[in-house]
Each structure stands twice: as C-alpha cells, then as structure tokens.
Write a protein that binds this ligand. Sequence first.
Ligand code: SF4
Length: 381
Amino acid sequence: MTKTDTRDVGATVRQLRALERAGCEIGRVAVPDHGALAAFARIRGKVGLPLVADIHFDHRLAIACIEAGADKVRINPGNIGGTARMQEVARRALARGCAIRVGVNAGSLEKELFAKHGGATPAALVESAVRAVRDLEAVGFRAIVVSLKASSVPHTIAAYRLAARALHYPLHLGVTEAGFGLAGIVKSAIGTGALLADGIGDTLRVSLTDSPLAEVRVAREILAALGLRREGVEIVSCPTCGRCGVDLQRTARAVRRSLADVVEPLTVAVMGCPSTAPGRRGPPTSVWPGGREGGHLQPGAGVENGPRVAHDRRVDGGGARGGGPARPRQRLGEGCSGAGRSGGRRRGRSTRRCGSSPSGSAASSTVSRSPACARSTGCGR
Ligand code: SF4
C-alpha cells in the first residue's frame, strides 16, 4: 500500500512504480476524500499495476473509484454504512467488472458484533465478513475477496482458519499494525506463514511501520521461505562455529549484494568450512565454502542444469580468517556448465499484470502465492 499523500500524484506514481520493481503485484491506494479521488483517476492512467482503492466511511468514493478504473475497491463493513450502501457499490462494481475486498478489521468491527462476541474475537471477525459477503451475493456479486485482519497474531490465524471453512472466496492475508523492525517482521511471518503453510491465503500484505518497499521484501521472503515462490537468490549460510575459516557474515552479505539483481531461482550456499559442502545439504546450484586458505567455490549438485546466472559474477568476500590469505574478489559460479556472462535477468522486468476477471481478488502492496495466480485471474489464485 502506498504511503504517500494520494493527492500528490507524482509521488504516489513513483512509489507504485518502485513497488512494482520490487516485486509487488497489486497496489493499494488510500482514497479518503474527493481530492484523493481526483488524484486516483490520474494515477490509474499512469501505472500498469492493478490498483485497489482503499475506502472507509463513504461508499460514494468507492463508486467513483470504480468509475475511475479501479481494479478493486476495498470496503470495510464496519464503517461503510450498512447493507444498502454496500450493495450500491456492488451493483456498480458488477457493471464495471471491478472486484471488491471485504476488508474486516478488528479495530473497526461493527458495534453489535463486538457486543455479541464480547470483543473483536476471531468468530466476530468472521461473522462480520460472512454477513458482508451475503449482502454482496444478494445482488448477484461474487467477485469477492475477504480479509480479516487483527494485530494479534493468534486472533489473525484463528480468524482466517474459521473463514477458510465458512467462505469459499479468495483470502487476502495480513497481520495489521504489526509494528516495526524485527518484531513486526516476526509477527507478519508467523501470522501469514502459519496460514500459508496450511494452504490458506491467496494474496498477502505485510503491514509495517516502515517503507512499503520493506513490506514487499518481507512478503516475498515469507513466500520464498515456504517454497511458494522461487525467484531470485536464496542464500543458505551456516551460523559459523570454531571451524569457520572466513569472515562469513561479511562474505554472505557480499554474495547477497552481488546477486541482488538476479531473478532466476538460484540457491547459493555460503559455508564457513567444507563440513557441509555440496551434496550434504541437498542440491544447491552454487556453493561457496570458505576455508582457511581463503575460501573457494565449488559447483553444487545439479549445477549443470542450473540457470545461467552465476558465471563471471565477482564478489568482494570477507577473505580468510585465521591466517589464510584474503581473496578480495572471488569468482562466483565458476565451473557452471555452459554459463553465460549476462549474470541473469535483472529486476524491473515485465509486469505481472492481473487480468480483468471480475472474479479475481487483488490486494494492497501485495504479492500473490504464485506467478500463475497473479497472471491468470488477478486474484492471486
Ligand atoms: S559449515 Fe563449518 S563453520 Fe559452518 S557451522 Fe558448520 S561446521 Fe561450523
């Protein structure tokens, strides 16, 4: 989700483009008033990323954003003003092929549900979502995505698990207001990761008190850690111990920096010694075991079939620890069969543009579970 003032069209467009380059596949923009609405229409015309208009309180803004070409509007059943208004939005969205996200939030749950359940419990969040979904279905609208965000990780996980049983629409995951720094990342990773590991969730947004680019990076790391996306370099590095022969922290960081622009799936193991060298940890594409002689590169199992990305990439490593001569510019990927010099595709490549299917979900600063999801339906499925 963009964090600029939406009325600043230039800044918002720049941020959306930066998010797209970082791997974001669906952008969400807050539209709190008519100034932002006018800007949204201009922004829509300047970016290729599927755009979600984030609406609270005023359903007329949602309708106007649909007319302005929003791919999806997010409405909050807790503050949009009731069934009639929600259905008015749905009729317009139906006519325009726009999706709607029912975005339930623990902080703005309907008062009667809060009272009935004794708080914003997982069951209360799900009841709010089910009620809103039934209202939309009543006017024939089914291009629905549902989210049920809470800042509590256990509540978030419980709510989505309940929703996955109660509803058969795409689920957009997120732990809202996760905070900042390590704590925010851990909350987001556990909250969304537990659900994704269960096969629940179609898109996700990481909500941090940080730059939106950081949010996308974390989201992509979550997907990569679960094996739901394999893109770019995965660094497998050891924790080091008394056998370590190099400054491994520095070396691993240098390898990561050097390969930051590679988008093909590539596993690089950066190990402190040959104890867990190629073949002992599965089939990494390239392996860089360090040694007291300064470290050297060995191709890992399966390297012959690996992508042609690592050849001729030089890395400023940490050099040897413990007396060995430092080798400040190690060659990474040497020995890769048939490897070219290009170093692989760079980021900022073709856009994964969601389709226009009205049944699709979308999300905010969002990464979907798989490339096929983002391409085929616009819903992350
Ligand atoms: S790879 Fe070597 S240095 Fe790293 S933790 Fe294992 S034994 Fe220690």
